[in-house]
Write a protein of this length. Structure first.
Length: 655
């Protein structure tokens, strides 16, 4: 094991003091008061606390801007999420595929196995050569075929998707909306690790999560339940039951009135029978995965009062909830054939429901009687009973408590007080799950402003990276370079495999290895050794050069951590500035700044996302990405070391 330098040991000892925080109370009316004065905070300190919890980090001047705006008014604007984002939108416009529909993704970004099948079908490669051919030659054939057909590798879609997340978090004026998008995506987690659903994840965040983050909770539950990403991720797309013909079944009986209608009905039944239960690639029968997780993770919570019988019965209610046909060669061939043969209009008359990429297939629905949490669903039901079930779960008392606790844990501290959770849950129930009202209750409660709440949450690696570049007012020309560091620090975004999402407690993020990586990140970033991230340290201090390292430590600590009591922090960080190994650690951090080989390629592709940002154009682009850059204008080695130590310090890890 490599010897840990003395300043790391100091850092580890200091990190033991990291604790975590808590959020809010009060009225759900439009007018509310933030009771920070009762907690003994000044207006500036209260503004800094709001910025630490409801943004990805304060930039220079933000505290004064919030005070000038008025704390309550600023919070309302953040809750509304309607501030102009022209410069951000211009950056996002260069990521051409982040707005593709799921169908377009199916057509442009087919999975690897699909591409091979298409290539074999088109005679480009022989089926016997798939596993026997020379690897290099085979790959060249596949790449040439993809280029001819206009297909793109899926990694390109994921790269653009990850880049947009970093750019949004860094630059949006609607910071709380972006924080809530992250929160709800994590709550209703899906993962790029599952190949079947990975292509649908970008549209899932864009169309299902982001538009609903401050609205009614039931909208999130219903929208995620019908999303192809969730249907695939938790396997409900393949869940099927027995659909027994019911006597006096309305439309069927009405259509039996003449020979032509009887013939049409017979044809319909033949096609349905032929395609019955084929939608899930041969998987048949009841699948309880989604029903279990929608109760345990999405609504009621693990102690929400449901039983295994409730899970099974709920799974029966949700049979037939599946994915509509998408793409020229994509998912849903049996259903597509059924729709073409029988006709979409006739299917809708018979109880099928089509909503975008979602379809309720009544021929795969268990239409027997069910009982969930004491509520009876009579035999003969269809799509509407699934909607009724999900709404019931979304408004349940257990759900109100579970969601309130998760919000308070995210925005207040790792163990929020029960008094706060009770207030939030009461608001949740009285407003029928209005998320904005619950957040106002949280923010206007004394618990949010108590000393137990201040700086008692630990930043995740993503929050650390974004808060650092925001504090530096940096230009992010190559977002994927930040992503590699975030992954190294322990958070590979969108790849958390379990449906729980990333844990939201500091103990998950903080350990010896992660602290070393965090310090290395701070040193690499501050010395401008991460390609495509540019800034001026001198400009932050009005182009005044500090007289000494100690003076720089005081000045930049205050800039990076406004309105905090920093005497103790500064005293603990001073010895690190005299560590003889610090410059070596900076160099080591620089060498580690682009871990995978693919990062060189990604850096080239990502350059020039911003019109006015620092990466050289043309021939210089590649050199910029791969070279070890010299110190930029307005920086020096001493100042870079000081700022790197600040970013890597435990106090900056707190929010």
């Amino acid at each position: 094991m490599k010897k840990i330098h003395s300043f790391y040991i100091c850092l580890l000892a200091f990190s033991c003091g990291i604790v975590f925080s808590s959020f809010v109370r009060n009225s759900t009316s439009e007018k509310f008061t933030l009771p920070y004065k009762k907690a003994g905070l000044t207006e500036q300190q209260a503004a800094a606390h709001l910025l630490s919890r409801f943004t990805y980090g304060a930039k220079a001047g933000d505290v004064d801007a919030v005070v000038k705006e008025g704390l309550e008014k600023w919070l309302v604007q953040q809750l509304d999420g309607k501030q102009e984002d022209a410069s951000l939108n211009q950056m996002l416009s260069k990521l051409e595929d982040i707005n593709l529909t799921n169908t377009e993704v199916e057509n442009i970004y087919p999975r690897n196995a699909q591409i091979v099948r298409y290539a074999v079908k088109d005679g480009v490669i022989h089926k016997d050569s798939v596993n026997k051919a020379n690897g290099k030659e085979y790959r060249a054939q596949i790449l040439a075929y993809m280029k001819t057909k206009g297909y793109k590798p899926q990694q390109e879609l994921y790269r653009q998707f990850i880049n947009q997340k970093i750019l949004r978090a860094t630059y949006t004026n609607n910071q709380l909306q972006e924080l809530m998008t992250d929160f709800w995506f994590n709550h209703f987690n899906v993962s790029l690790n599952k190949n079947q659903c990975a292509s649908y994840v970008p549209a899932y965040e864009r169309d299902v999560i982001r538009p609903n983050v401050i609205g009614k909770f039931e909208n999130l539950v219903l929208s995620t339940a019908k999303s192809p990403a969730m249907l695939m991720y938790l396997d409900n797309f393949s869940s099927a039951g027995t659909n027994v013909p019911m006597e006096n079944a309305g439309n069927d009986m009405q259509m039996a009135g003449n020979a032509q209608q009887q013939q049409r009905r017979k044809k319909f039944q033949q096609v349905v029978q032929k395609n019955k239960l084929k939608q899930g690639k041969g998987k048949t029968g009841l699948n309880e995965n989604y029903a279990r997780e929608v109760m345990e993770l999405h609504t009621l919570g693990v102690d929400g009062g449901y039983t295994q019988s409730d899970v099974t019965q709920a799974a029966r209610v949700l049979t037939g909830w599946t994915i509509a046909p998408m793409g020229d060669n994509g998912y849903g061939a049996p259903m597509k054939k059924l729709m073409e043969t029988v006709g979409q209009e006739n299917l809708l008359k018979r109880g099928f429901v089509l909503d975008g990429d979602f379809i309720f297939a009544i021929n795969r629905h268990d239409n027997g009687e069910k009982t969930v949490l004491g509520k009876k669903f009579p035999a003969g039901g269809g799509y509407e009973e699934g909607v009724e079930l999900l709404k019931m779960l979304a408004h349940h008392n257990s759900t109100a408590k579970f969601i309130s606790r998760k919000l308070a844990t995210r925005f207040v501290n790792d163990n929020p007080p029960q008094s706060l959770i009770d207030k939030m849950a009461k608001t949740f129930l009285s407003t029928e799950g209005d998320i904005k009202s619950v957040l106002i209750t949280m923010a206007s409660s004394p618990e949010f402003w108590s000393k137990e709440a201040l700086r008692e949450k630990t930043k995740s690696p993503f929050e650390l990276a974004i808060s650092a570049v925001r504090s530096l007012d940096a230009k992010v020309n190559q977002p994927y370079q930040l992503y590699t560091w975030i992954s190294k620090m322990g958070q590979q975004m969108y790849y958390y495999q379990a449906p729980t999402g990333f844990p939201d407690k500091g103990q998950y993020w903080i350990n010896t290895g992660s602290l070393l990586n965090r310090m290395n990140f701070g040193l690499a970033l501050a010395s401008q050794r991460i390609p495509g991230i540019t800034f001026s340290l001198a400009k932050m201090n009005n182009n005044h050069e500090p007289e000494s390292a100690e003076a720089a430590l005081v000045i930049y600590s205050k800039l990076f951590m406004p309105e905090r009591k920093l005497d103790e922090t500064i005293a603990r960080l001073k010895p690190m500035l005299n560590d003889p190994n610090l410059e070596t650690n900076v160099a080591n951090a620089a060498q580690k700044s682009t871990p995978p080989q693919q990062m060189n390629t990604m850096a080239n592709e990502d350059a020039n996302i911003m019109d006015d940002g620092g990466a050289p154009k043309g021939k210089g682009k590649k050199a910029f990405a791969n070279a070890t850059p010299q110190q930029k204008a307005g920086t020096n080695t001493m100042l870079s070391q000081v700022v790197g130590v600040i970013i890597g310090s435990p106090e900056f890890q707190r929010k």
